[in-house]
Design a binder for this molecule. Structure first.
Ligand SMILES: [Zn+2]
Length: 415
């Protein structure tokens, strides 16, 4: 007998993220469209109309989809039987998304269709122990649910975002400026406290998810989000999916080296991008260069605001600090463009309120550092979304987890 032949081509695990069950694909097609006819689903998912009919009947029976009227403007002339479309049963589940931040926490409740039911902001106490963080989460979930007219127990899941290094898959936080201790198993502790499934991710990935679900990223297959806050983060979407790296810790743009033996970064290494443009880096320079406004009673945000005011008033030292930070940001952005060639680069974060100093010069610098290919450069968008919209990313994370649990491959294995 002939020896068994060797196989070639990528070995993709069955029902991996790349091969979602048809049932889930149909559901996600409906959720993305809002309302869509069975005929259009067949075209979009590339399956037969008969398969759509069967799968849709199953999803309606299970309580995930419902029949809705197609909006008037989408009908041709309004003749004949009013066409029927499919929509998500919005009340099937509700989730809570929370963004923990150093100055203000944000929370939002979304229904299963992705629509907002409630939102709130709460002051932040800064860095906390695990026990205090759990109390903060419990309070935010209860208050947001209450505002939506729900009990916390009626929620199907919670998504939490925080700055720092977050291992999303393991639900662990190796390091965060908001959480004392190292490698904290936050997801498991929060699940035990809240009695609800909890998903975690870092704040830059949440912005990418928020853009992917609710923003300009809905229509872009490949885009990058660069956040400049206390630190510098990045979220990367490839082929409509968030890329997290092999160990769930990818895209640490802030720690990409831009100078050998350069400035000391808070990660302990030298020459990281963050060490030139993050808040603490600017504050460090501000204190040194502008002794007078670097008085100890000023917090970092106050110091930066004072520095910004001075720069706008024409102070040369203050301007040089922002100009240098802008040039380093341009260097970081050009590296992102040269590596990934994204369709759009979205700049987000608190520091974007200083865009009058960053914007034009930074973008011009960036264009000079991007490889000249004769093709148009990627679109750069500056989004100064508030924490509320970062919370939307956390809610999207929870919605994706709930969808996966009820419609994904894991569920099929159980069935
Ligand atoms: Zn670093």
């Amino acid at each position: 007998m002939e020896a068994a032949p060797q196989g070639y081509g990528p070995l993709i695990a069955p029902m991996s993220d790349m091969q979602r069950p048809l049932r889930q694909q149909v559901f996600e097609c409906v959720r993305a469209a809002g309302a869509i006819s069975r005929a259009q689903i067949a075209k979009d998912v590339c399956i037969s109309p008969a398969s759509v009919t069967t799968l849709a009947a199953d999803l309606i029976e299970a309580g995930f989809l419902t029949e809705v009227a197609i909006p008037r403007e989408a009908q041709d002339g309004g003749r004949g039987r009013p066409p029927v479309a499919l929509g998500v049963r919005a009340d099937a589940f509700a989730v809570c998304g929370i963004k923990l931040s150093d100055h203000e926490h944000g929370a939002v409740i979304l229904d299963f269709a992705g629509r907002e039911l409630a939102r709130l902001c709460a002051p932040s106490a800064g860095s906390q122990s695990l026990a205090d963080t759990l109390s903060t989460l419990e309070h935010l979930v209860a208050a947001a649910a209450d505002r939506a007219g729900l009990t916390p127990g009626a929620l199907a899941g919670v998504g939490v975002g925080l700055p720092g290094l977050v291992d999303a898959e393991a639900g662990r936080v190796p390091w965060s400026p908001l959480l004392s201790g190292e490698n904290v198993a936050l997801a498991a502790a929060a699940e035990a406290r809240l009695g609800l499934p909890v998903s975690l991710d870092n704040d830059a990935n949440l912005v990418a998810l928020a853009e992917l679900w609710f923003g300009v990223g809905r229509r872009a297959a490949d885009f990058a989000v660069v956040t400049v806050e206390q630190g510098v983060g990045m979220g990367l979407v490839l082929n409509h999916r968030l890329y997290r790296g092999a160990r769930g810790l990818g895209m640490e743009l802030g720690h990409v080296k831009v100078q050998l033996d350069g400035a000391l970064c808070r990660c302990g290494q030298r020459g990281c991008l963050e060490a030139y443009i993050a808040d603490y880096a600017l504050a460090r320079e501000a204190s040194a260069a502008l002794g007078r406004i670097g008085e100890p009673e000023l917090s970092t945000p106050q110091l930066l605001d004072a520095l910004h005011e001075r720069a706008m008033a024409g102070d040369a030292a203050a301007r040089s600090i922002f100009n240098r930070a802008g040039r380093y940001l341009a260097l970081g952005l050009a590296n992102v463009v040269n590596l990934f060639d994204p369709e759009i680069v979205i700049l987000a974060g608190e520091r974007m309120r200083y865009k009058r100093l960053y914007a034009e010069d930074t973008l011009a610098d960036m264009s000079r550092l991007v490889l000249a290919t004769g093709r148009p450069a990627p679109r750069i968008e500056v989004h100064s979304w508030g924490d509320q919209l970062w919370a939307y990313g956390a809610a999207a994370l929870a919605l994706a987890a709930v969808t996966e649990r009820h419609l994904g491959a894991a569920r099929e294995e159980v069935a």
